[in-house]
Write a protein that binds this ligand. Sequence first.
Ligand code: FE2
Length: 198
Amino acid sequence: MTWTPTKYVAKDYSALKGLQTISDDQMTVHLALYTGYVNRSNKLNETVTAMLAEGKSGTAEYQELKRRAGWEHNGVLLHEYYFDNLTPGGKGNGKDSKFAAAVSHQFGDFDAWKADFLGTAKMPGVGWAVTYYDASRNQFDNYWIDRHDVGHPAGCKPILVLDLWEHAWSVYLKPTERAKYLEDFFANVSWDAVDGRL
Ligand SMILES: [Fe+2]
């Protein structure tokens, strides 16, 4: 018995050129990296499926691919959340968004949520800052995620995703200018996209 895994298809993010301050060269590099995750995810799925059909599911090689799957697949998905919540110059006003109303109910106001998010995002190192919504508690939690495949709260929904790997800003900023990237990110957030995830 064999089956064919559904392929990941790289989304067209050509409209993301012209972001405020974040250079087109930066986005070109980042989108190429994203495509690499898509291609590796498809290759991994094809290899695992073939090995399963060949009766090799008990091998160490199979298991290592299984371990790697979360890295590659989340590499696709997190980048899509990130690119999808960006638009040139931003869209909508964060403070007037449905999201702002929701987090204000919890944090007191939008600025308190943002202070928590930025405090999370300023973690030294590379990774992701993500606002998750936990429906089981009706609560938003800002997480620092070191690796694509580790530390995500199960069953929670990514609402705002910020890529903080150096490849997200190292083309247009100096190594000492990471804090500026945080400002540039917020200048390009599509609050309409964020609201659409609620
Ligand atoms: Fe990235």
